[in-house]
Design a protein around this ligand. Structure first.
Ligand code: HEM
Length: 504
């Protein structure tokens, strides 16, 4: 008995020793650390610290190490933060078998114990959104504007209501979920309350899965069936599939007739139809198709509605910018209507949205990529397999060498840049770059950014033309706060809206 205990004791000591040797030899050991201790278990405490101070820590690291890499702890593990343009360029061009966004998202926001890994790893949806959806924006716009008008009548004040106080986060979500889903599932499903509630329940289930897996990482070891049992998302997906069964059947039949060469068939132009076509080719069940629609909503809704919320706060805090925007929008719409080309010509509207995004932020890290193998970056930094690398979005967007007077909200700064010779197509909200990483950058950047930019331009232009806005109780606008790596718009801030007379 004594010999066994001695053996166990020595074996344990050896294992601990090996662990420490491995830890000290890790390439991460040599990188400067911000916001925690690079020590087993203590790094988890560092991750808790980052939850509350992530933005400040990243700005501190950015200023202190100026272009040199450093590491910061998240609850899910270490992130190597890089900001040297040459290194960012290197990351941008790395293929997915070296640095992969999906793998990074899967581990930084884990929910695969609920969704299964297939949903994440099979990334055809990225190309569908980037190519098919982007190509269809022009055709979708008349419907989108129609939805916007109906949603505005429902959620914003009408003629003669005077000034009405609204929570802009709620108003933005109500409007954006409808406008987005007009493009995702078409009319009348985009107005079906039961469908919209199930989409919200799915998102809530996935966010709960992230949060619980970060707090109790042991959950990730659960067999899929157990994870699914406790979470609301799978149930919401099942119910949504049942609710939309007749539509899914009709879409499959339309596709079948089209494939059989029936030229009279006109398939709807929406994401549901695109996903049905891809899903049929892959022999997907209705539920697998629906899950794609619900996860597209998850990626699209809160990002877009938070951008709109911030833009509305900025407009309410600076009502003096409404007139220059109207002076731009009115003649364009009078000449061309609400077309995709017309929205493209609204440089000031686009600039306002981009500046609002830059100034307020959305996430403090982007271009997250997980090393699929040991990767040596162009500056010699080694990213060990399984480690995430990312760029400090907020810090880059507030660097005075990139953006003069970065802490001032200057809504038309990008429109002025575009007005310079040769710059017409640059500096747009959807054009990513080394100085503009709000949608990430490179081949793996946000595939929905063109759709989001068109949608946001349409909604903001419509609201500016039809409503006056001001902050309830006067300025300055209430501050956003950041939690973990994301932004939380001011929950209690309110805006007064008034329908304009003779608005067009
Ligand atoms: C203002 C709105 C939006 C913002 C700020 C935003 C931002 C982002 C960012 C930062 C990424 C990671 C890219 C990277 O790190 O390089 C991303 C990925 C993604 N976004 Fe967006 N997004 C927005 C709207 C949308 C919309 C409308 C859709 C869908 C129509 C969408 C679908 C996606 C998807 C599917 C991914 C993951 C891509 C992949 O795994 O390959 N996003 N987004």
């Amino acid at each position: 008995m004594g010999a066994i205990l001695t053996f166990l004791f020595v074996a344990t000591e050896l294992l601990v020793l090996l662990y420490f040797v491995k830890w000290k030899k890790s390439p991460l050991y040599k990188l400067p650390t911000v916001g925690g201790f690079f020590f087993p278990l203590l790094s988890y405490l560092g991750g808790l610290n980052t939850l509350f101070r992530g933005k400040r820590l990243l700005q501190y690291g950015y200023r202190k190490y100026r272009g040199r890499p450093f590491k910061i702890p998240l609850l899910s593990g270490w992130v190597v933060v890089v900001s040297n343009p040459a290194v960012m360029e290197d990351i941008r061009t790395r293929p997915e078998d070296q640095l992969w966004l999906t793998q990074a998202l899967m581990n930084a926001f884990p929910s695969y114990h609920v969704t299964g890994k297939e949903l994440w790893e099979n990334t055809w949806l990225h190309d569908l959104i980037l190519k098919d959806l982007t190509r269809s924006i022009g055709a979708m716009l008349p419907d989108l504007i129609d939805e916007l008008e109906v949603a505005a009548q429902e959620f914003l004040p009408g003629d003669g209501d005077g000034w009405v106080s609204l929570n802009p986060s709620k108003a933005s979500e109500d409007i954006i979920v409808r406008a987005i889903n007009r493009g995702f599932v078409g009319f009348p499903t985009c107005r079906n309350k039961e469908y919209l509630d199930l989409v919200a329940q799915y998102s809530h289930g996935i966010v709960t899965a992230w949060a619980s897996a970060l707090i109790f990482p042991i959950l990730l070891a659960l067999p899929l069936s157990i994870g699914r049992f406790f979470n609301a998302a799978p149930n919401a997906a099942r119910k949504c599939t049942q609710l939309l069964k007749p539509i899914l059947t009709e879409r499959r039949e339309l596709l079948q007739r089209k494939l059989e060469g029936d030229d009279s068939v006109q398939v709807p132009i929406d994401v549901l139809q695109m996903v049905v076509e891809e899903g049929v080719a892959r022999d997907y069940s209705d539920e697998r198709i629906m899950i794609r629609i619900m996860s597209t909503n998850l990626g699209a809704l809160h990002t877009t509605s938070m951008s709109l919320t911030n833009a509305l706060f900025d407009l309410a805090a600076h009502p003096e910018y409404a007139q220059p925007l109207r002076d731009e929008i009115a003649p364009i719409v009078a000449a061309e209507g609400w077309t995709k080309q017309a929205l493209h010509r609204m440089w000031k509207v686009d600039s306002f949205l981009k500046e609002s995004h830059r100034y307020n932020g959305m996430g403090v890290l982007s271009m997250l990529r997980e090393a699929m193998t040991d990767v040596v970056l162009i500056d010699g930094t080694v990213i060990p397999k399984g480690t995430i690398v990312g760029v400090p979005t907020f810090a880059i967007h507030h660097d005075k060498e990139k953006y003069p007077d970065p802490h001032t909200f200057d809504p038309f700064r990008f429109a002025r840049l575009r007005a310079q010779d040769g710059n017409e197509t640059r500096h747009q909200l959807s054009t990513t770059g080394l100085d503009w990483v709000g949608f990430g950058h490179g081949r793996q950047s946000c595939p929905g950014r063109f759709f989001a930019a068109s949608e946001l331009r349409a909604v903001l232009a419509y609201i500016v033309m039809n409503y006056d806005l001001k902050l309830e109780g006067g300025g300055p606008r209430p501050k956003n706060f950041f939690f973990a790596v994301g932004l939380v718009p001011p929950p209690s801030g309110r805006i007064l809206f008034r329908k304009r007379e003779a608005a067009s």
